[in-house]
Structure formats: C-alpha cells, structure tokens
Design a protein around this ligand. Structure first.
Ligand code: NAG
Ligand code: NAG
Ligand code: NAG
Ligand code: NAG
Ligand code: NAG
Length: 460
C-alpha cells in the first residue's frame, strides 16, 4: 500500500519531493533557513537593559554637585587669599587667615580628589559602555540577517504603533481642559520663592540635640490651633520616644514647655520607637519611621496607641537609603514624612527603583494605609531633603555651608518633573536634618544642627 506522509509546513520551510523509492513515498525536508535565534535576541535585550541601568542619574548628579561645590568654594578662597595679602605686614601673616585658608585648601583638595575619582570612574564606564554598545549593535545586525520571520521588524513596527498610540492619547488628553489647577492641587498658585529665616531659635535645650524636627499640626484639635510640637532624637542621635508640646510659638522659643511630653513608651529604643528625624504631626497623631522596620508608624496622641503601615518590599531602611551631600549622609533619614494641604505623605526609596525617590500618599483613616505611589528620577543619596506643598514634591541639595537649593519638583497632579527650580535657602548652620511644609501658614520648618528655623513660602 502506498503511503504518503503529508507534512504541514510553515511558509519558511521548503520541501522537495524525491523520486519514489519502491512503494514508499518519501518526503525529504530541507530547511533552507535557520530558525530565528530567539534566545540570542533575549540575551541582547538583557544586555541592553543592564547597560541602561548602569547609567544612573546618580552618576551625573555626583559630578554636578562636585562641580557646584568647587564653583562656590574657589571664589571664597580667592577672597580669603586677597584678605591675607592685605594683612601681610612683611614678616607676620595673619595667623587666623592662614588657618582659614588652610582649611579651605583641605576642603578643595578633597573636592578635587573626589572629582578626579568620579571622572575616572565615568571615563571607565563610558569606555565600557561604548564597547558594550558596539557589541550589541554587531549582534543586532547579525540577528537581523536571520530575521526572515521578521521578528525584529515586527517588534519595531509594534513599538512605532505603541508610540503613535501614546501620542494620540496625549493629544486627546491635552484637548480636555485640566480639572485641577496647573500648579499642584491648591489655589495658592505657583511656588515662587522663600524668604527668611523668620524664626531662628535654639529653643529649650540650646546646643543639646543635633537631630530633631518641629512644626505645627495642620489639622489640630479645637483649642490647639496655636500649638507647636518638637521631637528630639535623644538616644544616639537616632531615636526618640516622646513628643514635646508647646502652647505657642513664643513658648517654644523661650522654652516654656506646657503641656509637656507625650510619651510613646518608657524604653528607647524599643518596638515603635521613633527612628530618624523626618517626622510630622497631623490630626493629633505623629507619623514617623518605626524603629528597625520598613514601615510608617502613627502614634495617636489621644489614645496613646500606635498603628503601622508596611512599605513595599525592597524599601531601604535602617540607614540604607539616606539623604546625603558630598561630605556626609544623614543617618536614619530613610523615610521622610511630609504634610501638605491634602494630608500626609511618605518619601523613601527602594531597591527596585535603583535608589530613586519614591512618593506615597498616607491615608489617615483607621487603619492607616498607603495610597497612590509615584516614582521619580532623582537619586536619593544625591539630595538632602524633601517636602510637599500643594501636591508637589520639592527636593533640596547642598550647595555650601550657607546655601541649600530647592532644585527639583515633581507634580503629582501632572507627573511633571522639573530640575530647574533654583530657589535658595539661606542657612544659619550647614545641615538641615528635617524640613517640612506647614499648610496652615505656608511656612517651611527646618531643624538644623540643634536650631529651629523657619521660612515663609511665597506663592503667586
Ligand atoms: C587623579 O587620579 C589619578 C589616579 O589615582 C592620579 O594619577 C592623578 O594624578 C590624579 N589627578 C589629579 C589632578 O589629582
Ligand atoms: C565593564 O563591563 C563588564 C561586562 O558588563 C563588567 O563585567 C565590568 O565590571 C565592567 N567594568 C567596569 C569598570 O564597569
Ligand atoms: C489620559 O487621561 C486618562 C484619564 O484622565 C488617563 O487614565 C490616561 O492615563 C491619560 N493618558 C495619557 C497618555 O496621559
Ligand atoms: C528669592 O528671594 C531672594 C531674596 O529673598 C532674592 O534674592 C531672589 O532673587 C529671589 N528669587 C527669585 C527666583 O525670585
Ligand atoms: C485617635 O484616638 C482617638 C480616641 O480613640 C480617636 O477618636 C481618633 O480618631 C484617633 N485618631 C486617629 C488619627 O486615628
């Protein structure tokens, strides 16, 4: 019996019918083309994404802040040297000026060394990445030769279609008038500038506690509208177990503490201790990073109970995702709590976001939960602090001992990021360990090297 094998083939594979041998009909498959090497394509894609993650915003930020640092310090040195020259009386140099200049030279030397190191690293990275790109390009060209099934071409076509679709959507969205104000979610208008310091005080314990936070509760209980709160890191500059309350700003300044402390627990540190200085008070409750946890704690000052909300897996905590400037990182600043017109926020970073700032709304219900989350392209360890105002995240960086710059913003209403805010904070001491906006009176409250300082925000 004659037997023919019928083989269904895809268009690629050609076959030739051979002469019949005996009573059998044999079909010989001749695969004219090689199958498309999907494995190889995915390896190339992996390498490409690895290559992308190598170039982090940190690398450029590092260079930028180093150069900024140098830019600020060199004119200062010049000024001091010319002062020294004026003081030169032939034999005896102004000893004090010499010392100042020596310190500055050391500073500048350190900056240059760091810059040199960063530059060398960047050069290495650039060379490495150029090579990787060349390799990837060669592999892609090789792959395209095999691309008889149009795997790559159809992916490219898909990508173009997706892009067109996205643009089309954006065009459509743009024609719908925005339902929210263009500058955040309240009616103050645009964040223009800040003035001050308005308040500058050592408070009740002059010089004793370098780390802390202070401010006003934006949603106070009736009768407590003028009250202020103060949290001092009393244990190892890291932990605290109480909130101190003052009945007015003048009481805070003169250090007259009534009604006094509200304690979370008598031990410090223990479970639910306050860890790190970036805490806020809202609605008679204190929001803070719970001791030894990647979680936000809420201490209810009325019921004296603590509830916690867990942050996403991968969140950096226990001093692994701090605010930093060139000279130091601020320990235990992994979580920055903030208040604005809309309530409480938490600013932090995660492994999966490569150390970039992440922002989540904290909803003040019972139990406390995390609301919407936004991701930014700012590397946390290149910035010194952040605060929220009208639904917009503002981020600062260290310029010099006297100046801090609000340089970045992220609008949660539009998703718009800006890197050119250029508003300067005139500092009374070099380090701002906590910074928060008070929507009650549009003040920025800062705690700087034992001092409480505040600035007025100008909107317009
Ligand atoms: C930069 O570093 C390299 C290697 O550590 C060193 O050879 C070079 O002299 C340094 N350059 C400057 C300007 O310090
Ligand atoms: C260069 O790239 C290779 C391959 O990705 C990597 O193993 C190596 O560590 C890189 N070298 C530098 C200096 O980044
Ligand atoms: C367009 O607007 C809708 C609803 O307001 C939103 O869900 C969508 O993400 C927007 N699309 C783009 C591309 O912005
Ligand atoms: C902000 O205010 C300061 C003085 O308080 C002023 O020198 C500066 O030019 C102002 N900046 C802007 C952007 O208006
Ligand atoms: C705090 O506790 C009091 C008394 O139990 C309660 O009425 C209030 O709603 C609580 N506050 C928050 C923010 O949960």
């Amino acid at each position: 019996m004659k037997q023919c094998v019928i083989v269904l083939l895809c268009a690629l594979i050609t076959f030739t019918k051979q002469a019949t041998l005996g009573d059998k009909c044999v079909c010989k498959l001749a695969d004219a083309d090689q199958l498309f090497p999907h494995d190889k394509l995915s390896t190339v894609q992996d390498s490409a994404s690895k290559c992308n993650s190598n170039i982090t915003p940190q690398k450029t930020l590092e260079m930028e802040s180093l150069l900024l640092g140098l830019e600020k310090r060199l004119p200062q040195l010049q000024k001091d040297v010319s002062m020294l020259e004026r003081e030169d009386d032939g034999d005896l140099y102004g000893v004090l000026s010499l010392q100042v200049i020596e310190n500055e030279m050391t500073d500048i030397k350190q900056l240059i060394d760091k810059l040199n190191k960063t530059t060398l690293e960047n050069q290495r990275l650039t060379t490495n990445i150029s090579k990787q790109l060349d390799d990837l390009k060669a592999e892609m060209e090789e792959l395209e030769k095999h691309d008889t099934m149009h795997v790559i071409k159809s992916r490219q076509a898909n990508q173009h279609l997706m892009k067109d679709l996205e643009q089309c959507r954006k065009r459509n969205n743009a024609t719908i008038p925005p339902t929210q104000a263009p500058h955040g979610r309240c009616a103050h208008g645009q964040f223009l500038n800040i003035t001050g310091p308005i308040v500058y005080t050592a408070g009740e314990y002059p010089g004793s506690y370098p780390y802390g936070a202070w401010g006003q509760d934006p949603k106070p209980e009736a009768g407590k509208e003028r009250w202020y709160w103060l949290v001092l890191m009393t244990s190892s500059n890291r932990y605290s177990n109480y909130v101190r309350r003052y009945s007015s700003l003048s009481a805070l300044i003169v250090g007259q503490c009534t009604p006094g402390n509200v304690q979370i627990h008598s031990s410090n540190p223990t479970t639910n201790t306050i860890q790190g200085p970036n805490v806020v008070m809202y609605g008679e409750a204190l929001y803070y990073n719970c001791y030894n946890q990647d979680a936000v704690c809420r201490f209810n000052l009325t019921s004296k109970t603590v509830t916690t909300v867990q942050l996403p897996k991968g969140t950096r905590y226990n001093s692994k995702g701090n605010f930093c400037h060139l000279e130091e990182c601020y320990p235990f600043t992994d979580l920055d709590l903030a208040t604005d017109e809309s309530g409480v926020w938490v600013i932090y970073t995660t492994k999966q976001d490569f150390g970039n700032l992440v922002l989540s709304k904290v909803t003040d219900g019972e139990p406390v939960t995390l609301g919407q989350t936004w991701r930014t392209s700012v590397y946390k360890q290149g910035v010194t602090n952040s605060f929220m105002a009208c639904g917009v995240l503002y981020v600062t960086r260290y310029i010099s001992r006297d100046l801090e710059e609000i340089f970045y913003s992220f609008d949660t209403a539009t998703g718009l990021e800006r890197f050119n805010i250029g508003i300067y904070i005139h500092k009374m001491s070099p380090n701002i360990f906590s910074l928060n906006y008070s929507p009650v009176d549009q003040m920025l409250h800062a705690y700087c090297d034992t001092y409480m300082v505040s600035y007025k925000v100008l909107f317009g």
